[in-house]
Design a binder for this molecule. Structure first.
Ligand code: GMT
Length: 375
């Protein structure tokens, strides 16, 4: 039996791929008998903190009259040091370099020689955007170097990281995984509750940040929709009011269904027919993988690491960024051809199970931890 580890997991509590992945990784590590201490300002939205091996350790941001906004990072660093000392943590796994690896690095300074190693997992925007900003670049360079191991969720993100930073550490690629939860409602119930009949449903789940290019999503959908009965279901992991004006101005009110605050996504994927993404960058695009695991093909732009998840014309359709004509034709093909939808969906599901299973990916993270701890 493998020796049980004590792992401090740092992640964003908000809706987003990195938090989802980190949380699910925490659950899987805990299922395998490791002790997981999740340090964040509030429980990440999918965290099961009633799991016997998972403990949530709150880090409270500080509001102080001289600070314009609450300070998250320094209290987090102090809290990490405290948890490491009290719990004799073996390893810190930081998801997102800024602020998490930066806070872990400060914590290491506080702890001194007995500080545990840091594994950093990069998820995308911390490198693509923050990495390009002069305010963060030298700090990012420093904390990536200070990490004992760095992993990226795709080869594309690894290449982008290596192009931006001069790193001596070898970066490992550990892709994302997704395992669906058992469905709690059947397809027809979910569809009925959304006011759907026989329509074909494209699903998009995201935090609607500007990088998701909801304008291009609506443009492609709007162009495809005239042909056949088609609806767009948006699972909004953020305040959806920001996209309502865009939906209204395009006259898409009756064809776009927006559902807020969805924590259990599986029922919605199972009630849909394909996934639709129009992001300008995705290091991976967990939402496409979630759909694949439910047997859904995808339509998206071929940006970032999406081409490592989707096999073009087999499990989904990929188009150059901003090619809304291409995207709307891909949508139409899937809408009109049920047999193709099913066969591509079947291939998507098989690929998700073979390449992105929880077992294989958790093994890969454990291997990364053990390689470091054996040193
Ligand atoms: O894309 C977002 O807005 C959320 C972001 C996050 O950090 O939660 O997602 C990033 O990490 C996910 C999990 O690794 C990836 O699937 C997403 O592609 C990645 N987003 C970007 O690279 C923009």
């Amino acid at each position: 039996m493998e020796e049980s580890l004590k792992i401090a997991l740092l992640c964003h509590p908000t809706v987003g791929g990195s938090g989802i992945l980190a949380t699910e990784l925490g659950h899987r590590l805990a299922d395998r008998g490791h002790e997981v201490f999740v340090i964040s300002e509030r429980p990440p939205f999918r965290l099961k903190d009633d799991h016997p091996n998972v403990r949530f350790c709150e880090s409270t941001p500080v509001e102080f009259p001289l600070f314009k906004t609450p300070d998250h990072t320094l209290p987090l660093a102090t809290r990490i040091a405290e948890v490491c000392a009290q719990q004799r943590i073996d390893l810190i796994h930081a998801h997102y370099a800024i602020p998490h690896t930066a806070a872990a690095w400060i914590a290491k300074e506080l702890i001194g020689e007995s500080a545990p190693p840091i594994v950093t997992t990069l998820h995308g925007t911390d490198i693509i955007y923050l990495g390009a900003m002069p305010e963060y670049r030298p700090l990012l360079q420093h904390v990536l170097e200070a990490s004992n191991r760095v992993t990226c969720v795709s080869n594309n993100l690894k290449q982008r990281t290596e192009a931006l930073f001069d790193l001596k550490t070898e970066i490992d690629v550990v892709p994302n995984f997704f395992e669906p939860k058992p469905l709690t409602r059947n397809r027809s119930d979910v569809r009925e509750s959304l006011g759907l009949n026989e329509e074909i449903v494209a699903i998009h789940a995201s935090n609607l940040r500007s990088i998701k290019r909801i304008d291009l999503l609506l443009e492609s959908f709007g162009r495809a929709r005239s042909k056949r009965s088609l609806k767009l279901l948006i699972l909004a992991g953020a305040d959806a009011s920001r996209i309502q004006p865009e939906i209204e101005s395009r006259g898409l009110n009756s064809d776009v269904i927006v559902v807020d605050d969805v924590y259990e996504v599986d029922n919605y994927y199972a009630a849909s027919d394909f996934t639709l993404y129009s992001s300008e960058y995705e290091s991976f695009c967990l939402g496409i993988l979630e759909g694949m695991r439910h047997g859904l093909p995808s339509v998206s732009f071929d940006v970032g690491g999406i081409g490592e998840v989707v096999v073009d014309k087999e499990t989904g359709f990929l188009y150059p960024f901003e090619d809304v004509d291409g995207m709307s034709s891909g949508i139409q093909v899937l809408v009109e051809d049920a047999a193709l939808r099913n066969s591509m969906g079947g291939k998507a599901k098989a690929r998700a199970e073979e390449q992105f299973s929880a077992d294989a990916i958790v093994d890969a993270y454990l291997e990364t931890y053990r390689r470091e701890l054996k040193r």
